[in-house]
Design a protein around this ligand. Structure first.
Ligand code: SAH
Ligand code: SF4
Length: 360
């Protein structure tokens, strides 16, 4: 078996190299990979952590992804859509506390009313912050025209995970119909890029039936797509979803966490200058999951600013840490011994350095 140190010295990593890296079993080899990710990070993106205040705008969704707690078919969810005034108050909070940017995330809707609401929100957030708050959208598959409309309104980053790049696995976790086609997602990522957005994508880690080969292909897909940002995190089961039936195939929590952290480090080595978010789902596995992700190579944190009364209804997966206040999370980061040397960078958009450098 090839030596890990030798692989980590290479200029470019092959599929086999990546499989070897994601398959390490002993702590020694794991530490070598973490160490390398830390070096790469220090050299190319620095030790700053950028904030995006997360606003979970609405849990109304037209789709039926088999893994997600707010899928249209789940009747045990009280649906909400936050009023404009309340969203603006969240944005104001982010602005006053110098977060630098916000993310508006939502269940997927494609009707005209929704398109208008998001467009207005983006414009008003820009206005209230005198153009200073950066805005990321994560509102699912839309048309080219909608992406352009929201971009022209002032959004400049868009997050759209492909979730699983292997069609066979993808259709085990999504219905195989027009609303959910994988090709739509991939086309959307292309449109977003053409429109001028900084583009983020990613996958879930530890899905039932997912192999290390699948995960490596996901990493290679991120590289081929030449994304600027990645949001990837562990899959967490939810009892009101069809995928819950496959829970006996899941890795135990500790191993799922380890695989997620390892994947972050390997991605940092593979795409050194991108932004990598510490996914909230990590905290469903262990209290300090997001902190561990930062140490492993992530450089973006999304403290939740959604008003408390809505949070329990934006329950994508079980054990989602919906009570963690943004302030508490930031305090935890600042006070953590584990994150000595890393610091939250306030007041900046914290754009991906990769975006500034990329030509296509
Ligand atoms: N509707 C939009 C954005 C909201 S969902 C979209 O789908 O793009 C945001 C992310 O939550 C999804 O991309 C998915 O990867 C993640 N998610 C949903 N259910 C999950 C689960 N059970 N475990 C882990 N992540 C999940
Ligand atoms: Fe809707 Fe997104 Fe959940 Fe799929 S993952 S059901 S699109 S909110």
């Amino acid at each position: 078996m090839p030596d890990i140190t030798h692989i980590l010295e290479k200029e470019s990593l092959s599929r086999e190299d990546l499989i070897r890296l994601l398959s390490v079993q002993n702590q020694n080899e794991r530490d070598l990979i973490f160490q390398k990710a830390m070096e790469v990070r220090a050299e190319l993106v620095g030790n700053e952590i950028y904030l995006r205040g997360l606003i979970e705008f609405s849990n109304i969704c037209e789709k039926n992804c088999f893994y997600c707690g707010i899928r249209a078919g789940n009747k045990n969810v009280e649906r909400y859509c936050i009023e404009e005034e309340e969203v603006l108050r969240c944005a104001e909070y982010a602005f006053e506390n110098n977060y630098g940017s916000v993310v508006i995330q939502s269940g997927e809707r494609t009707d005209q009313e929704f398109i208008e609401i998001i467009s207005n929100l983006v414009q008003k957030i820009k206005m209230l912050s005198k153009g200073k708050l950066g805005i990321t959208l994560s509102c699912g598959d839309q048309t080219k025209e909608t992406y352009k409309r929201w971009f022209d309104s002032g959004a400049h980053r868009y997050l759209l995970r492909f979730e699983a790049s292997d069609p066979e696995l993808y259709y085990k976790i999504h219905p195989n119909n027009k609303k959910h086609f994988l090709l739509n997602r991939l086309n959307s990522l292309q449109y977003l890029k053409e429109t001028g957005y900084q583009v983020g994508s990613g996958m879930m880690i530890g899905l039932p039936g997912q192999t290390i080969g699948n995960l490596v292909d996901d990493l290679l897909m991120l590289k081929t797509l030449n994304v600027d940002m990645v949001g990837m995190g562990p899959y967490i089961e939810h009892k009101d979803t069809p995928l819950f039936e496959s829970r006996d195939q899941l890795l135990p929590k500790k191993e799922r966490l380890e695989l997620s952290l390892l994947t972050i480090s390997v991605l940092r080595i593979l795409m050194p200058d991108i932004n990598i978010a510490a996914a909230t789902a990590l905290d469903s596995l262990v209290d300090d999951g997001r902190l561990q992700a930062i140490r492993a190579g992530a450089n973006v944190l999304m403290p939740n600013l959604t008003p408390l009364k809505y949070r329990e209804n934006y329950f994508l997966y079980e054990n989602k840490p919906y009570l963690t206040e943004a302030d508490d999370l930031i305090r935890k980061i600042n006070e953590s011994d584990m994150l000595n040397g890393y610091k939250i960078k306030l007041g900046e958009w914290g754009d991906s350095r990769h975006f500034a450098r990329r030509v296509n």
